[in-house]
Design a protein around this ligand. Structure first.
Ligand code: SF4
Length: 390
């Protein structure tokens, strides 16, 4: 099978609502309103179809794929149906080739659920933006109250579970550039998570990300440089995926996730009602940006039908930037033009560099300098000229 039509990651939206109301969430506060007409929880026949279709797909491609339970808040599906889904999948799909993970805000974690995750070799990543000050900037509940304590309770439960080592995958934080990176890094390290990852805030050329006052601003790049230095200078660092991916790319390796590098990733979403969609981060651009024209549903369509379609190939092709600036940019092999949602503008579509272009550029140049200074000059894939700050 051509890698362009291979499944790498499937995100399963087990619940379309969330018990939190984070102000930056592209699902509920972006231009798309699809969640309003979705069933609140995935029905039993959709759960059964997912199991059957994923097993079918596993028989159609050599490479394994990752399964991520996502929402809304995925734990809102409830123990019984989650158990049906996870036990059903794990009975047919071995963990080595088919990692299953859950991305949760942590508030609904319980011993019973953690035992289920341990039994089905499902790992858990918890969303938290840092100490209370950082977390309270956006991660509030539907009545505007802090969710910090609820998430911390879940993390403590997770960290103290008897099989925490295999179940606790790490933390995922949206960057809050007004909170100093050393406070965030020190705090997250103290949680005992085995890894961290960071996301840029949503935004595009028509709607700049918070705290970024122009396309040329480098607020996020400066924040990331400070974090990168803390990471590199830490004698006992906790792995940070976003940086490990970047370092790997600088040294000629391959990116693990979309949004960097030049390798395309096959990502599909299964909505709560079973509809098969493109990566839902595209919703941050405009209403319906993540829909396929044919509106396939997992109940009556195989994933192979979608993966073999011309529309799927065009969609994965979007990961490679089309803009003249990116095409001519010496940093493209590492930067990759950023995720498509960050390239959007109403007048040019996705034919722009990332709105974070200048942030990416100063970060990558800094990383190259640090790697060169560590004696890795001969292994860097970018020419020395890339290292000079323009
Ligand atoms: S640094 Fe800017 S121009 Fe270069 S690839 Fe990245 S987004 Fe495109």
């Amino acid at each position: 099978m051509d890698t362009a039509s291979r499944l790498d990651t499937v995100l399963v939206k087990t619940a379309s609502r969330c018990n939190f109301d984070c102000s930056y969430c592209y699902v509920y506060h972006g231009p798309d309103s699809a969640w309003r007409i979705q069933p609140k929880r995935m029905r039993r026949e959709v759960v059964a179809a997912i199991r059957a279709r994923l097993v079918e797909q596993a028989g159609c491609q050599e490479a394994g794929f990752a399964i991520v339970l996502h929402g809304g808040e995925p734990l809102l599906l409830g123990y019984r149906r989650l158990a049906e889904l996870l036990r059903g999948l794990r009975a047919e799909l071995p963990s080595g080739r088919y990692p299953i993970s859950v991305q949760t805000n942590g508030a609904l974690l319980s011993e019973e659920l953690l035992d289920l995750f341990a039994e089905t070799r499902t790992s858990v990543s918890v969303s938290i933006d840092g100490p209370r000050k950082a977390n309270d900037l956006a991660r509030l509940d539907h009545r505007g109250r802090s969710t910090y304590a609820a998430t911390m309770r879940g993390i403590r439960l997770l960290a103290s579970h008897k099989e925490s080592e295999s179940v606790f995958a790490g933390t995922l934080s949206v960057i809050q550039p007004t909170v100093a990176p050393d406070r965030v890094y020190g705090f997250l390290k103290g949680l005992g998570a085995p890894s961290m990852d960071f996301l840029l805030q949503d935004g595009n050329h028509d709607r700049l990300p918070p705290e970024k006052n122009s396309f040329r601003s480098t607020k996020y790049g400066e924040w990331l440089i400070e974090l990168f230095d803390l990471y590199l200078d830490d004698p006992s660092p906790v792995p940070i995926r976003i940086f490990d991916d970047m370092i790997k790319l600088c040294l000629g390796g391959v990116n693990q996730k979309e949004g960097r590098g030049k390798v395309r990733h096959g990502i599909l979403i299964i909505e709560t009602d079973g509809e098969i969609r493109k990566n839902d981060t595209l919703r941050a651009s405009f209403e319906g940006a993540d829909r396929f024209t044919k509106r396939w549903n997992i109940v009556d369509s195989s994933l192979l039908t979608v993966l073999s379609s011309q529309e799927y190939i065009s969609y994965t092709g979007m990961q490679l930037p089309s803009s003249v600036q990116c095409q001519g940019c010496e940093l493209l092999p590492v930067c990759g033009g950023g995720m498509p949602l960050y390239r959007w503008s109403a007048d040019r579509g996705y034919d722009n560099p990332s709105v974070y272009c200048h942030d990416h550029a100063i970060l990558i140049r800094h990383a190259l300098e640090r790697l060169r200074d560590s004696g890795l000059n001969d292994s860097l894939i970018l020419p020395a000229s890339s290292i000079h700050v323009s």
